[in-house]
Design a protein around this ligand. Sequence first.
Ligand SMILES: [Zn+2]
Length: 108
Amino acid sequence: MICENCEGSGEVQEHNFDKELDSPAFNIVICCFCNGTGEVQEHNFDKEAVSESEFKRFVAVQKSGVTNMFDVNRVSSLCGLPKDKIFDIMKNYGDYAKKFNTEGDDEK
Ligand SMILES: [Zn+2]
């Protein structure tokens, strides 16, 4: 399916936060959803779907900073999610963040 993030162009505009330089407000960057291919594999959210509350529990643990998120055993016990869901969230973090609209903190 066509990548929704870049609408199939493979490129997206990104805010240029480097205000020191006299540079354009946007940079054109390769779309991180599709790695510039313009197409993504359809993500099957129905199969053992991570729910919004599960995702938010993961994010809460992540934001608390109490553990290295790659320590999956500990993350699993802290947020009470099975390891396969942790891996799923880590692998598809952007998808879930978009789906559950939790990116609001640092993006406007
Ligand atoms: Zn894309």
